[in-house]
Each structure stands twice: as structure tokens, then as C-alpha cells.
Design a protein around this ligand. Structure first.
Ligand code: FES
Length: 83
């Protein structure tokens, strides 16, 4: 299925890119921008982003550890205004 019509990116392309990234670095933070970059493309209109992210999240290997896209060591780093 075509996910990004501007760049002709398919759901298969997204799953493959997530797999490549995980194989290269199991702790990498997977983002849509990194997937576009891995595929040698750039987002254009952004109209696909909701479906793009859904496909990315559904890809095998997207989650790290306990079903989180961010490595555990990097979670909880944001501080609130209260401290
Ligand atoms: S449809 Fe994906 S950038 Fe336009």
C-alpha cells in the first residue's frame, strides 16, 4: 500500500527501514524523518504523516524494551516547569 504519495513510499518500505535501523543500532530512536532519510527521500506535503506514523509504530522491531519507541535510558529526561 502506498503511504506517502509524494514520494511513493509503501508500508513495506517503512517496515524495511525500521528493520534496517534496528539492525544497525538496536537503541536508535526511530522517527519519520529518519525513515525518510534512510529511504533517500524528504517529506513534502506532510499529508501522509498520520498514516506514516501508524505504519512506523506497527512495524516489527519499532518498540524497544517494554513496547516503547524510546530507549529506556532516555525516558523521563524531560523536566516539568515545577522541577
Ligand atoms: S504524501 Fe507524504 S509528504 Fe506528501
Amino acid at each position: 500500500m502506498i503511504v506517502c504519495h509524494c514520494n511513493q513510499i509503501t508500508d513495506h518500505d517503512i517496515r524495511a527501514a525500521v528493520g534496517w535501523m534496528r539492525a544497525a543500532d538496536p537503541d536508535t530512536i526511530v522517527t519519520p524523518g529518519k525513515i525518510y532519510h534512510a529511504l533517500g527521500k524528504r517529506a513534502d506535503c506532510g499529508g501522509c504523516m498520520k498514516l506514516f506514523v501508524a505504519q512506523m509504530r506497527a512495524a516489527d522491531g519499532f518498540a524497544v524494551g517494554e513496547a516503547q519507541p524510546v530507549p529506556a535510558v532516555l525516558t523521563g529526561l524531560r523536566r516539568t516547569a515545577a522541577g
